[in-house]
Design a protein around this ligand. Structure first.
Ligand SMILES: Cc1ncc(COP(=O)(O)O)c(C=O)c1O
Ligand SMILES: N[C@@H](CCOP(=O)(O)O)C(=O)O
Length: 469
């Protein structure tokens, strides 16, 4: 399996280079050169198989011969042994034909654990084979950071730097990043919003000298392995609900577009997905883009679903490439428009393709609160605000006989204030995090300034002798 960059100006790369590189050297995102195909028989054979077994089948073609099957199997087993639910991503029925896929049973209570636990093991393996170290940088609106810090804490081949927007993540999310007490992980509060943090990360990748000097790697969903690991649960959910005989739709609370792009990938691989519904909060760039054909950045609005407070959805670039006839020149033009004017118009043919697979809707804070209240009152279940945004949007979709799976991406205890305000219930943290609010915090506060962030990394990273990537 080889990977190409969405911007077409980087050499093709193998799986090991792709996971260490994060962003392609031309600033684009890696996508597989062709999609592995799963026939109805292949999908039927997944019925009754464990999450780990399905993960092995789905992931193996993307890894190719970079990692031998036994080693890959062991990594998958270890990664998902950290989860507290045997099904890893169980389905709970929420309405007549609506299901919640619970993706929050990992160590940091958000769907990010599903990919991050595996990515840390894959990266460590590749670095060990090469005898290298890496400096990992990541931007977070709250959940990626905690998941990365948990997965990489204590790894002796990586130093991890997570940039989060100061004051714009929940106290639980912040403490998951700042109380680990490990030398190789660094949480940095940036005076700005998530988009500023993501721009700093991309700027570091685009600084070739710095990239080589510190052996830069990334763990945001710009890294293909993040998407790859998330494809798996689309298969497990669909098979549970009757695939390949029955098609399924998914509604996904969306920010950086990585999670729902994994659903699109599953569809391209042969899974019978009828609709992929993008659910946004007030930061609705994707819903507006689908409706108008214009992808237009506005200021980030702070909401009760902070992890989705994102205006520039980095994985939309992957969709533009895949749905737009794999034309890197068109992607470059769009991304130049975004960088220079904060907007671009989606090519009409690409927009038609996108609308064939995707719908989109927006739910504001009041609507999400009403759904949290409604579900708590009717069923006693407590939703987190991101899941509530998605369930609200799913409920607004036209009635259909196709089962709708809503991705439940975080545990409500990560957002206790918002949940309590919505339904009066104070969701408790699980036992392994019950002292989180009393642990000592450690983090740096920096201006939204590339030089300041790079100086901190240069001073503390230990990967100075890594080969240039
Ligand atoms: C709880 C939660 N839900 C949804 C999202 C949006 O996912 P994505 O960025 O993959 O679109 C995020 C952050 O990414 C999140 O942390
Ligand atoms: N919502 C995310 C933002 C970063 O997204 P990623 O999937 O690209 O890592 C978060 O919680 O940090």
């Amino acid at each position: 399996m080889h990977y190409v960059s969405t911007r077409g100006e980087a050499p093709k790369a193998g799986f090991d280079d792709v996971i260490l590189a994060g962003l392609a050297p031309d600033g684009g995102l890696y996508v597989p050169e062709s999609w592995p195909q799963f026939s109805p028989d292949d999908i039927r054979e997944m019925r009754g198989a464990s999450y780990e077994t399905i993960a092995e089948r789905v992931i193996a073609p993307f890894v190719g011969d970079t990692i031998d099957p036994e080693t890959l199997r062991a990594m998958i087993r270890e990664a998902y042994a950290t989860f507290r639910h045997p099904a890893i991503a169980p389905l709970a029925q929420s309405g007549a034909n609506t299901f919640l896929m619970e993706l929050f049973h990992g160590p940091t209570l958000a769907f990010k654990d599903v990919a991050m636990q595996l990515l840390a093991r894959l990266m460590d393996h590749v670095l060990a084979e090469r005898g290298e170290r890496a400096t990992i940088v990541g931007a977070t609106s709250g959940d990626t950071g905690g998941a990365a810090i948990d997965a990489f804490a204590g790894s002796n081949r990586t130093d991890v730097y997570i940039l989060f927007p100061e004051g714009k993540v929940s106290p639980v999310q912040r403490r998951q990043m700042t109380t680990h007490g490990r030398d190789n992980v660094h949480a940095i509060a940036v005076k700005g919003d998530f988009d500023d943090c993501q721009s700093l990360v991309k700027a570091m990748f685009n600084d070739r000298a710095f990239r080589g000097e510190v052996g830069l790697s990334g763990v945001n969903s710009i890294n293909w392995a993040r998407i790859m690991a998330q494809i798996v649960y689309y298969f497990t959910a669909a098979v549970t609900l009757g695939a390949p005989e029955r098609t399924v739709s998914f509604t996904v609370p969306t920010g950086n577009f990585g999670d729902i792009f994994a659903g699109y990938a599953a569809k391209r691989m042969g899974l019978g997905i009828e609709r992929l519904v993008i659910a946004t909060n007030e930061n609705d760039i994707l819903a507006r883009a689908l409706a108008s054909g214009r992808y237009e950045r506005q200021g980030v609005v702070t909401t009760t679903s902070p992890s989705m407070d994102i205006q520039v959805s980095s994985n939309f670039e992957r969709l533009l490439f895949c749905a737009g006839g794999e034309d890197p020149a068109a992607v470059r033009t769009a991304m130049d428009g975004l960088a220079q004017a904060g907007a671009f118009t989606i090519d009409p043919a690409a927009l038609r393709e996108i609308r064939r697979d995707f719908s989109a809707g927006r739910a504001g804070m009041c609507e999400a609160d009403a759904v949290i209240r409604d579900v708590a009152t009717r069923t006693g279940a407590v939703l987190d605000p991101h899941t509530a945004v998605a369930l609200t949007v799913a409920r607004d979709m036209p009635a259909s006989r196709t089962p709708m799976v809503v991705l439940s991406t975080a545990h409500p205890a990560k957002f206790p204030d918002a949940v309590k305000a919505a339904c009066g219930i104070d969701p408790a943290l699980p036992p392994w995090l019950c002292d989180l609010m009393n642990r000592e915090e450690q983090f740096d506060v920096l201006a939204n300034d590339l030089d300041a962030v790079q100086a901190l990394i240069r001073k503390t990273a230990r990967a100075g002798d890594a080969n240039a990537r």
